[in-house]
Design a protein around this ligand. Structure first.
Ligand code: PGA
Length: 259
């Protein structure tokens, strides 16, 4: 059975001091978690988050990076800078990066491949359609395009290190979650895509998680869907009580035990 995970995405919230006190509050609350718990923090909070979480099962990561190994790219950050600061995963191609910072599928693909070349850095590739595309019935077409470009030249040995997050743009930060059935259908489509471009065994081991207005009161039904392997949580991950309630909504001892 595939592991289940809950990934928090703080976005541009929390200083180092705030990160430390948040984690001191969160860690005892997720001690008995039955799932992998991941937290994507701002670059400046990586080191303090990783050292505060040391000795626990919590996995710290980042929210973006550049595709180059190093160079004259003012304001950018490399994969190795992240891992040395304590990141073990990185969110790539988030819809906010695509929308506000003009990131293209080709750029995102280069980042995914760079992360895969970096020891101990797992990429989470975000895909998802806008409201307009959703209303026009273009969800699968958009997913196909983003996955084809975003995962181009990812080798069979690498594909199951990529985690894929289905995040319908119309559900992010809007309070409007996709119904479990709508999300499940998209996840099945993504798994099928992996199966046809790589193979079925790898498709069965790839983790595909859902994000978009996940809250304690709507997460249970999502966790019950067979192809939804976890949740990517933005707003609710900022509050230890809410985030831990979502983590602890997974009651079955599936996948890795944390303790
Ligand atoms: P949200 O954000 O949970 O606040 O909708 C999800 C995300 O952007 O990853």
């Amino acid at each position: 059975m595939r592991e289940r995970v809950v990934v928090g995405n703080w976005k541009m919230y929390k200083t180092q001091t705030e990160a430390e006190s948040y984690l001191t509050d969160l860690l005892p609350r997720v001690k008995e978690a039955k799932v992998g718990v991941y937290l994507a923090v701002p670059f400046t909070a990586l080191e303090v988050a990783a050292s505060t979480a040391a000795g626990s099962a919590l996995i710290i990561g980042a929210q973006n990076m550049n595709d180059a190994t190093e160079g004259a790219f003012t304001g950018e950050i490399s994969a190795r800078m992240l891992t040395e600061a304590g990141a073990r995963f990185v969110i790539l191609g988030h819809s906010e990066r695509r929308r506000f910072f003009g990131e293209t599928d080709a750029f995102i693909n280069r980042k995914v491949r760079r992360a895969l070349e970096t020891d101990d850095l797992r990429p989470i590739l975000c895909v998802g359609e806008t409201l307009e595309e959703h209303r026009a019935g273009k969800t699968k077409e958009v997913l196909e395009r983003q996955l084809t470009a975003g995962l181009a030249d990812v080798s069979p040995d690498q594909i199951d290190r990529v985690m894929i997050a289905y995040e319908p743009v119309w559900a992010i930060g809007t309070g409007e979650t996709a119904t479990p059935e709508v999300a499940e259908e998209a996840h099945q489509f993504i798994r099928q895509f992996i199966s046809s471009h790589w193979d079925d065994a790898r498709a069965q081991s790839v983790l595909i998680i859902y994000g978009g207005s996940v809250q304690p009161n709507n997460c249970s039904a999502l966790t019950e869907q067979p192809d939804i392997d976890g949740l990517l949580v933005g707003g609710a991950s900022l509050v230890p009580e809410l985030f831990s309630q979502i983590v602890n909504a997974y009651k079955l001892p599936v996948g890795k035990e944390i303790g």
